[in-house]
Ligand binder design. Structure first.
Ligand SMILES: [Zn+2]
Length: 115
């Protein structure tokens, strides 16, 4: 089964949030946790990116590309990049993978590759 990362959709006005918020940022009415979970889309375009060096040992790679991706529904999210030469505006496709290993836990996040 493919893993998903979920956005939270306001049941009152339909606005999507990610990460989770206690109150809807749009209608500000929704303070009763009236949210539905919907999987984030995987396709998007690269808005900005950076490369991180000297990572802690829990990361299994020496350098890490991090990017902000605008998903096809207009939401923006931070993800890991598996792209050797990232270019702004390029089409990318995400996959949910282990991005960090701790002694008792694996952490999942979105990893983007060139589409
Ligand atoms: Zn709302």
């Amino acid at each position: 089964m493919a893993r998903e990362i979920y956005a939270y959709k306001c049941r009152l006005c339909g606005t999507l949030h990610y990460p989770f918020r206690m109150v809807c940022k749009e209608c500000k009415q929704n303070d009763f946790f009236e949210f539905d979970t919907v999987p984030l889309p995987k396709a998007g375009t690269l808005v900005t990116w950076t490369r991180v060096y000297n990572l802690p040992a829990q990361y299994e790679v020496a350098t890490l590309g991090l990017g902000i991706v605008e998903l096809e529904n207009g939401m923006r999210m931070l993800g890991q990049l598996e792209i050797s030469e990232p270019e702004l505006g390029m089409a990318v496709i995400g996959n949910v993978e282990v991005v960090r290993k701790e002694p008792y836990d694996d952490y999942y996040g979105m990893v983007f590759r060139a589409a």
